[in-house]
Design a protein. Structure first.
Lengths: 119, 105
């Protein structure tokens, strides 16, 4: 069974960089795409971006200027960095596995981690 | 950006009832639509992909239909464990989610 686990600071100061890591167990990262998705009361579920098994990335246009997603497949981990955060970036952040077999969907998700942006 | 609009925002039904949720896309998305269930405090869980395909392990009382810009999601016989918020999600152009439909008993 595939499992994903987010980790990282739960509190980030405004204007600083939010950094999270997702650890994947139960399968190799090599055959899939890996996404970050966040959920806030104000904006609901919002896709942030993905990294492919070959290292290609794609980001939400709304966040592209501030987002970097990277991966270390040898450790079965991928990471999110979101710069210049504001209170609007306060959300539960999820990592998820993305299946692409004609259809595209998120079949496994981490439990989510709440990150608050506050001084 | 493709906007996804779900209706209703919330509903209350009895155990055994049939429940239907609709999702309208702001443009034609073919059948590039998924449905997720999110129980309180949990991550979303995939139920339906490609508008009408039941995810492995999901109960058969869940079904989806539609194409183009209008989609429906149905629970044929509502169970207590179905208390959750349900989201549609398109993947025709980027990814975006509906605002959710909260189902209560």
């Amino acid at each position: 069974q595939v499992q994903l686990q987010e980790s990282g600071p739960r509190l980030v100061k405004p204007s600083e960089t939010l950094s999270l890591m997702c650890s994947v167990s139960g399968d190799s990262m090599r055959n899939y795409y890996w996404s970050w998705i966040r959920q806030s009361p104000g904006k609901g579920l919002e896709w942030i971006g993905y990294i492919s098994h070959s290292g290609n990335t794609n980001y939400s246009p709304a966040l592209r200027s501030r987002v970097t997603i990277s991966a270390d497949t040898s450790k079965n981990q991928f990471s999110l960095r979101l710069s210049s955060v504001t209170a609007a970036d306060t959300a539960v952040y999820y990592c998820a596995r993305e299946i692409r077999v004609g259809a595209i969907y998120f079949d496994f998700w981490g439990q989510g981690t709440l990150v608050a942006v506050s001084s | 950006d493709i906007q996804m609009t779900q209706s209703p925002s919330s509903l209350s039904a009895s155990v055994g009832d049939s429940v239907t949720i609709t999702c309208q896309a702001s443009q034609d998305i073919s059948n590039y639509l998924n449905w997720y269930q999110q129980r309180p405090g949990k991550a979303p869980k995939l139920l339906i992909y490609d508008a009408s395909n039941l995810q492995s392990g999901a109960p058969s009382r869940f079904s989806g239909s539609g194409s183009g810009s209008f989609f429906t999601f149905t629970i044929s016989s509502l169970q207590p464990e179905d208390i959750a918020t349900y989201y549609c999600q398109q993947y025709d152009d980027g990814y975006s989610f509906g605002q959710g439909t909260k189902v209560e008993i």
